[in-house]
Design a protein around this ligand. Structure first.
Ligand code: SAH
Ligand code: SF4
Length: 434
């Protein structure tokens, strides 16, 4: 969601006549799009903005001072506090008023001083902002904003507000525009896409979104994130029906212990989650599953952790995003007793990461010696003769650039690659016919 918001910021600034530069030293305007889901990102923002004081302005700039803005979740949460602590900061805006940035920027350029605008909520879904997409061939498409779930560890509902869905017509129109412009892959976005439409239509209609976007003729369709408590049989069955729906699902489990899941307010059990996995594999035995896990939630015992460990072992994920629990002020979990020593949590985390790596390696073997269609993203950063692409399961694929073909011709196209090596984090092979 932050990447998408950043593309909108870039779009709005370009509409004002700005252009993007490679380094912070060359920038007259710097906008930090922030995340406060975990403490590390929070601390980094304060440090990074503070260090901006030491970076001189480029020669020939029309500005007397570099304009620094902070937006997104930290802007929403901290508002005026940010300019009190970081007086060289010019602009703060929140998650509900991205569209105010051009106005705030104009005021800053004309009047100087601090300009802070944070709203409690937004009336409408911000659909019409200009967007400068990072890649011509891929687009993020938000279908909901906000979250109503209030998992006890999570700050998102407090900084992104209540869940708001966009109309089906609006989504269809944007998706069709992308397809007509040559976009190959659309990723639908929402904190919990499965509850899409509850606020608009009185019932979730995520399956209708998937069908509608599939009908636009998009080549590849993905979505994030899916909450296990709201994943329906209808949506599961679409993995066997819709040609564009990629065989990959991110289904965050967070913990394998029912006691911890209850304390997290996740509102499903380990058994329910495993049943979803069974149904998904019934529809497509080759589906790639990924997940998020929090290690060290308050009160997590070795027994609780082992339930998580064993669940990961049982499911066999292609990728697991592992996080050490980070206390977020204002959330219910912040007041829960939390006396597990840091070293114990770190040791559990390390054990889990080791298992995750073994599993990713195992999961990737399923594509060994197969020919798969990959979407070319560009040349590898380390070797310009190597294509970097994504498999249907969203795994990185490398292949030598065929003789006589330039990478620019291939970027954004879908080509067949025969996989002859499967490692932990990538596959490699040969472009078929090269
Ligand atoms: N809406 C998405 C995830 C949003 S945050 C979902 O429900 O799946 C992304 C991930 O960050 C979460 O899945 C969770 O694993 C992690 N996370 C959120 N709050 C956290 C915290 N306080 N400490 C550690 N990890 C956290
Ligand atoms: Fe946070 Fe839970 Fe909402 Fe995801 S579903 S954003 S983890 S509160």
């Amino acid at each position: 969601m932050n990447k998408h918001d950043s593309e909108r910021i870039a779009g709005m600034l370009e509409a004002l006549g700005a252009y993007s530069v490679e380094t912070i030293e060359d920038a007259d305007i710097v906008v930090f799009m922030t995340c406060c889901v975990r403490e590390a990102a929070d601390t980094r923002l304060y440090g990074q903005v503070a260090s901006m004081k030491n970076i001189p302005l480029r020669d020939n700039t029309p500005l007397k001072k570099r304009i620094i803005a902070v937006g997104g979740c930290i802007g929403q949460r901290d508002g005026d506090k940010l300019v009190e602590e970081l007086p060289h900061l010019d602009i703060v805006f929140g998650t509900h008023n991205l569209a105010s940035l051009p106005q705030l920027l104009t005021e800053t350029l004309e009047q100087g001083g601090h300009h802070v605008e944070v709203k409690d909520s937004s009336q409408s879904f911000p659909t019409d902002l200009p967007t400068n997409r990072e890649h011509d061939w891929a687009a993020w498409l938000p279908i909901t904003i906000g979250c109503n779930n209030f998992c006890t560890y999570c700050i998102v509902p407090y900084v992104r507000g209540r869940e708001k869905s966009r109309t089906l017509e609006d989504i269809a129109e944007e998706a069709q525009r992308y397809v007509d412009a040559g976009v190959k892959e659309i990723t639908l976005l929402g904190q919990n896409v499965n509850s899409y439409g509850r606020d608009l239509y009185g019932e979730p209609r995520f399956a209708d979104v998937l069908r509608t976007v599939n009908d636009t003729g998009i080549a590849r369709l993905r979505f994030a994130t899916s909450h296990p408590k709201d994943l329906t049989d209808e949506v599961i069955s679409l993995f066997g029906e819709l040609s564009s729906l990629m065989p990959a699902l991110h289904l965050p489990v967070q913990s394998g212990s029912n006691r911890i899941l209850d304390a997290m307010n996740r509102r499903y059990t380990k058994e329910h989650y495993l049943e979803l996995v069974r149904k998904l594999r019934e529809v497509n035995p080759d589906i790639a599953l990924s997940t998020d896990i929090i290690v060290g939630f308050p009160g997590e015992t070795e027994e609780d952790f082992m339930e998580t460990y064993n669940l990961v072992k049982e499911v066999g994920y292609t990728q697991v995003f592992t996080f050490i629990y980070s206390k977020r002020e204002g959330t219910p979990a912040a007041t829960m007793e939390d006396d597990t020593p840091r070293e114990v949590i770190q040791e559990r985390f390390d054990r889990l990461v080791e298992l995750v790596q073994e599993q990713a390696y195992q999961a990737n073997q399923a594509d060994l010696n197969k020919t798969i269609d990959v979407l070319v993203e560009g040349a590898s950063k380390r070797d310009e003769k190597l294509i970097c692409a994504k498999s249907p399961k969203n795994v990185t694929v490398h292949a030598p650039l065929p003789e006589g073909v330039s990478i620019d011709e291939l970027v954004g196209t879908i080509i067949p690659v025969h996989v002859d090596e499967a490692k932990t984090w990538y596959l490699s092979g040969q472009v078929v016919g090269s």
